[in-house]
Design a protein around this ligand. Structure first.
Ligand code: ZN
Length: 278
């Protein structure tokens, strides 16, 4: 009995030391990669995992600001990935998918307040819909450090259509955005994060430089530029912990989610539910 207790205590100490070391490493992008955070909606009064309330979003941006993080652009990340160009200390790339109007209404003023840069992946067929940002709003955002990039034309799973249709989605959205924003569009977030080898290849052929999924993890040199991971920030019962864990334990978080998905795949939901996830 005594040996079991000692064994458990020993294990707790080892895990504690490991977590301490990983926390220290997480401040060094050359050791753990660059976090690319992914948000969708920032709005009030909607309880959904993809809708972060503005006050919570502000808390997270405040944390990045206070801890000395530097928000970087897609071009900076690309130069780091392809040429090894140095990034500022504690880099983080903030992205928004879809282009909901609340990004302009709530997220943009907070980003401006902290002088932060971000990238918005816009669905171009959403232009003209009142739930989404319009070109004037996007122009104002672009003039204030928000890079407008592509999230395809129709936001459909690119694997579910012919390769020619997928190509139209990729080329069409790039052309519309470049025409309206007068700014090069070289980066894309796949709808739902879904792609395959053919889609990755077509994205490259269509003139993109990097493409993003929603697989958890940080971005590091050597990864496939057309299948880069992002850290999706969810709203749940512990939203700040959710954000904090992704920032400081990117690898462990991705690993835990992979185990979770595997357990579900093997119909072991009971076991999957036992796993502590953030
Ligand atoms: Zn989307």
């Amino acid at each position: 009995m005594k040996r079991i207790i000692l064994g458990i205590l020993g294990l707790i100490v080892v895990i504690g030391i490991y977590l301490g070391i990983q926390y220290q490493r997480s401040w060094d992008y050359k050791a753990v990669g660059v976090p690319v955070l992914n948000y969708h909606r920032i709005d009030t009064g909607i309880r959904h995992s993809l809708v972060v309330p503005p006050e919570e979003f502000k808390k997270q941006m405040q944390y990045l600001h206070d801890e000395g993080y530097h928000t970087i652009t897609m071009d900076e990340l690309y130069d780091y990935m392809t040429k090894g160009t140095e990034l500022p200390d504690k880099p983080v790339l903030i992205t928004f998918d879809d282009g909901y109007i609340d990004n302009y209404k709530y997220a943009f003023p907070i980003l401006k307040e902290y002088n932060m840069k971000a990238t918005l992946f816009m669905i171009t067929s959403a232009f003209g819909e009142s739930r989404f940002v319009n070109v004037e709003q996007l122009k104002e955002m672009q003039a204030n450090g928000i890079d407008i990039q592509s999230h395809t034309v129709n936001h459909k799973d690119l694997r579910s259509m012919s390769l020619d249709q997928a190509r139209d989605e990729l080329i069409g959205s790039k052309a519309v955005l470049e025409d309206r924003m007068k700014h090069p569009v070289r980066y894309i977030a796949y709808p739902g994060g879904f792609s395959n080898k053919d889609i990755d290849r077509i994205a490259e052929e269509s003139g993109y430089r990097m493409a993003f999924t929603v697989q958890a993890g940080n971005v590091e040199p050597g990864q496939n530029l057309f299948n880069l991971p992002r850290q999706a920030v969810f709203f749940n019962d512990t939203p700040f912990q959710n954000f904090w864990v992704r920032l400081h334990y990117p690898w462990e978080n991705a690993f835990m989610w992979r185990i979770h998905d595997k357990l579900l795949e093997w119909n072991l939901k009971g076991l999957a539910d036992l796993e502590p996830l953030f």
